[in-house]
Structures are given as C-alpha cells and as structure tokens.
Ligand binder design. Structure first.
Ligand SMILES: [Mg+2]
Length: 151
C-alpha cells in the first residue's frame, strides 16, 4: 500500500502553505500541515522545502519545522549535496509541488493527503476510463466503417 510515495519528491512552499502568511514572521500552522508531512515521510516521500525565504528567515522556518518533527530532505535544492551555480537554472525537479500559489488556490492539507495517498488508484482509474473510451471509439469507428462499406 502506498509504495508510490516511496522516493516521491515533494516540493513544499512555506509561507501560506505550511503556515499562514505572516512573512517575515512565522504564521499560524495550517491545519494538518505537519500531520500530512509526517505521514508522507513515513511512507518514504522526500520532502523538499521550496521557499523564497533566505538567510535568517529561512533558518527560522527550518528550525520551526524541525521543532515540529520535520527535517527536510533538501532545502531549496534538488538533493542535499547540490551546490548552486548562478549560471544554471534554479528550477528544482520535484514530482509534486505543494504551493498556495497554484492555480485553483490552496486545497488544504487533508485534500492534499487524500490526493497523494490515492494517487496510484486515481491513475489506474484514469487509465481504465481511457481504455473504456477507446473501446467505445473502436466500436463506433468499427460500425461506421462497416456502414460506409455497405453504401
Ligand atoms: Mg506561498
């Protein structure tokens, strides 16, 4: 169960996502943020803190999460050892991004957990639906060809 979470790279924004917006201070924790991150880590997901924070404000955010039991796999990096060079793109390569600035807004952590934990089942269902669609098209297309053949 949930093997799909093993090594899944999840980039997570801080302000407005893990906590309410209060930058440069640290806002109130968002409901279920830490429970969800803990559960993701328990299933082998690699959590990357992906924030515009730097310096002291970044350290405070990292420390805040550490106190709540979350140690990130990487911070503003793809992997712990990565060194940034300004000549290359800083875009990280995560599998999933959790950010309050996504189109559609922030769905809330319980919804995020639901989607991520059911991810493989949803994907399977989508494939099933696609195949069902294909067989309907095949039927329709097959009949059409036959009908045309009779003209
Ligand atoms: Mg944000």
């Amino acid at each position: 169960m949930m093997e799909h979470l093993q090594n899944l790279k999840v980039a997570i924004d801080f302000d407005g996502t893990i906590v309410e917006h209060a930058y440069p201070k640290i806002g109130k924790e968002k409901l279920f943020a830490f429970e969800t991150m803990t559960e993701l880590q328990k299933h082998g997901a690699l959590l990357i803190l992906w924030t515009f924070r730097a310096g002291k404000e970044l350290d405070e955010a990292v420390e805040y999460c550490r106190k709540k039991g979350i140690e990130f796999y990487a911070i503003n990096k793809n992997y712990p050892e990565e060194e940034f060079d300004n000549t290359i793109s800083r875009k990280i390569n995560a599998d999933v991004y959790i950010d309050d600035k996504n189109i559609g807004g922030f769905p809330g952590w319980s919804r995020i957990w639901q989607e991520l934990s059911l991810y493989d089942e949803l994907e399977l269902e989508a494939t099933r639906r696609m195949n069902r669609g294909k067989s309907i098209l095949r039927k329709l297309f097959g009949r059409k060809v036959k009908d045309e053949g009779q003209i």
